[in-house]
Design a protein around this ligand. Structure first.
Ligand SMILES: [Zn+2]
Length: 481
């Protein structure tokens, strides 16, 4: 009986893990998640964006979306991939660091540090693949790492020296995704990343003509992408979500500006610290030496009118940036317009992000279009933690534990997709569970009939010796354990 139970459990498990196929006209469509890094919610207001406008008419537009804090690239993208706040998924910064050895790695090398990314939360690629789908990722932060030994089936990581703003390369990447990945390889889900308009926003500022030109380039690319979907025969079965990781805010400059420079603050000393992450935009983190946390906190608190100093457990609740052990004990956050400098004012960007996610300048845009979305619908703002649950629903897969909920975005879906008639996660779990239980029950009935028949047969047959009878008893006892 043990082996039959083992088989039953395996069949049950298989039915749980099977892809949640939809039937009829709502058959599962493909999904493309695109991030244009640093595309602020209002960047379409001072630039003609005909393709983004058509996308809004043919699909859904959110007024804006709220990213997680802290509003920087890798942490915020990992929230898109996992549906978790940063304090829960653990990718708490763009930079890997080790407070004991004083080592830090910048954004790009950190992409390859598995332990930084793979710390308990699974990105949607892995979850989709474990449930029978095929996923790919092009340049999306997190692509280079493996998760519990797995990566996206198809992945492309940009080289260390890469021009993130080359429009020709953008089109080649679109061709790869549409023609090769969704077309030839028949992938179900792809995440696609573009490093602009973030770079231009940093360099020239969000109000510059250079930023506006880059938004035009984004818009042309959206047009190219949608016509590429059309020409590859994908438009009717491809849902597209376009969003970003954060916005951008202008940094105030000039001799009259009271810059935040920690080395100038009376009572503060770098000698009181074991480790610091500073000179990285508007947020700094400090690890004071043992017993000196209160001293460092007291020196910095109130020292500058645009600097907010928090013990990590005292950070405002809406930031959800307290719980993870990687977050250092003191967190410094500048007001929009300012950055946190350590010894020298080394930061020269005209635009920055990283600020409080309540600041309007930090809000990204959101568009969605495709067979499962409503048309010509503008929705109220929502948090980007909810995009993961929406994507899992569209793919018909069971999400991992996350901080979002489909209820935040359900109203965007075409009426047939708002509930889960044959493929949605909750119903499918129940359906698959019932199939699994049915298989178990069926096998138990067969085993019961065989055992009863065999026992009756043995009773009719004359026993040749008492020794053999004892042996049979033992065998039957063993088989019913
Ligand atoms: Zn970014």
């Amino acid at each position: 009986m043990l082996w039959t139970f083992a088989i039953c459990l395996q069949l049950g498990a298989l039915s749980w893990a099977a892809p949640l196929a939809r039937s009829g006209p709502g058959a599962r469509n493909k999904l493309l998640l695109i991030s244009f890094d640093g595309f602020r919610w209002d960047y379409d207001r001072d630039v003609d964006t005909p393709h983004l406008d058509v996308m809004a008419t043919e699909g859904v537009k959110a007024t804006y979306v709220t990213p997680p804090f802290l509003t920087i690239t890798s942490p915020s993208h990992f929230t898109l991939l996992t549906g978790q706040y940063i304090e829960n998924h653990g990718v708490i910064h763009n930079m890997w660091f080790n407070t004991s050895t004083q080592q830090r790695k910048p954004y790009y090398p950190t992409q390859f540090v598995d332990e930084w990314w793979d710390n308990g939360s699974l990105p949607i690629w892995i979850t989709a693949q474990r449930q029978g789908l095929k996923a790919g990722s092009l340049h999306f932060p997190g692509t280079a790492s493996s998760y519990q030994g797995q990566k996206a089936l198809v992945g492309e990581v940009e080289p260390a020296l890469y021009n993130y703003s080359n429009e020709t390369a953008w089109r080649e990447n679109v061709d790869t995704v549409m023609g090769s990945w969704f077309g030839k390889l028949d992938l179900d889900f792809v995440s696609l990343y573009f490093g602009e308009p973030d770079g231009t926003g940093h360099k020239y500022g969000p109000d510059s003509p250079e930023r506006r030109a880059m938004v035009s380039q984004v818009d042309r690319t959206v047009g190219y992408l949608r016509s590429s979907a059309q020409s590859h025969g994908l438009a009717e079965r491809l849902n597209i979500i376009i969003t970003a990781d954060h916005g951008m805010s202008t940094i105030v400059r000039g001799s009259q500006v009271n810059q935040i420079l920690l080395s100038k603050i009376p009572g503060f000393s770098f000698r009181d610290l074991d480790f610091q992450l500073l000179d990285y935009g508007p947020v700094g983190m400090l690890l004071p030496k043992e017993g000196l946390l209160d001293k460092v906190h007291a020196a910095l608190k109130g020292a500058h009118p645009h600097l907010h100093v928090y013990r990590k457990e005292e950070l405002p609740a809406h930031m959800h940036y307290s719980r993870h052990p990687r977050i250092l004990p003191l967190v410094l956050i500048a007001d929009p317009g300012y950055v946190v400098n350590g010894i020298f004012p080394v930061q020269s960007n005209k635009g920055e992000h990283g600020f409080d996610n309540q600041a309007m300048d930090m809000k990204p845009f959101f568009r969605a279009v495709g067979p499962d979305f409503q048309q010509n619908l503008t929705v109220e703002p929502f948090e980007t933690i909810h995009i993961y649950a929406l994507m899992c629903h569209l793919l018909g897969i069971t999400p991992e534990k996350n901080d979002g909920h489909l209820d935040a975005t359900r109203h965007m879906l075409a009426s047939g997709q708002q509930t889960e008639p044959s493929g949605g996660s909750e119903n499918s779990i129940l359906f698959n569970a019932l199939i699994g239980l049915g298989v178990v029950a069926g096998i138990l009935v067969i085993v019961f009939v065989v055992v009863v028949s065999y026992t009756r047969y043995r009773r009719r047959k004359p026993r040749e010796s008492s020794e053999e009878a004892n042996e049979n008893d033992v065998q039957i006892k063993q088989s019913t354990m």
